[in-house]
Write a protein of this length. Sequence first.
Length: 355
Amino acid sequence: MKTTLQIEISKTTQSKLAATDFDNLVFGKSISDHMFIADYKNGEWSDLRIEPYQPLMLDPGNATLHYGQSIFEGMKAYKNEAGEILLFRADANQKRLNESAVRMCIPELPEEIFMEGLMTLLDLDRDWIPNKPGYSLYIRPFIFAMDNYLGVRPSETYRFMIFTCPVGHYYAKPVSVKVEQKYTRAAEGGTGFAKAAGNYAGSLYPALLAQKNGYDQLLWTDAKTHENIEESGTMNVMFMINDTLITAPTHTGTILKGITRDSVLHLAKEMGYVVEERFLKVAELEAALKNGSLQEAFGTGTAATIAHISKINVNGTDFELPEKPDYAFSHQVLKKLDDIKYGRTEDKRGWIMKV
Ligand code: COI
């Protein structure tokens, strides 16, 4: 790859590749050999480098540890049959990272640093990208505050990093969810749309309570009325009621603008489905579960891809949603997405970038 930026590369002398069991990958546990780093100081991003993946040295007074000024992205790279590396909608992740940055008072990262850092890292660690169906390389770009200062104000220094992990499925089986009407993930005016670390931290306790009762995840509702379904912990959610695909809109600023969400909506329209970006009421969901008009429910996300929802708890009652693999929209759309991501079909929408 031709780079225009100066990226200093120090390669590892102790690759973990041969010791990695690609047949038993646990999401986020096996990390590739290298990481990309850029630092922000004196008003600019500089010192671009790739180093062996290794622990960070942080001062105990590091602002991120105390006030959580930290954002991240999740994206994936795939290998096609010819062994070429295909990157899915990386431009959308780059833009969303900067939207999160603005909300969290983090300086925006120039597009070329994101893209060239990423491409150089992927090229260097290309042998880490699995070439089996259902497997991919999960990419984690993130930015965090680097000031060592306990006063509450935006940091003046930051670090941008990317590391990658070969992964299989995030959810090994269909997920069960519970509609959450006490706790809140995001309120209007808050940070719900941003991929901010704190959003995930705040969701852990209510999710844990649900997990203790046997559910994998929550279906979050709006902070004000708890009547509208918003999203799930690690993914956006979609419902097929009769032949209409319904998912929460993003204008309230409480929903993560998922790139898989957007891709599924695009494909659903192309497939001739009616798509409604509107809030599904909890009462409407309950009625659709009772009268059988809810055909399927699923989550969408980079890590989760398309995750079938097999059980929904609404107002204390469990409703089972059997999978319908033969004709379900979620199965068809997952196949369409995979065909694009693994290069098995023509990329008509400009979603694929070759490394
Ligand atoms: C992703 O899908 O990339 C996410 O960010 C979810 C993650 C928190 C597992």
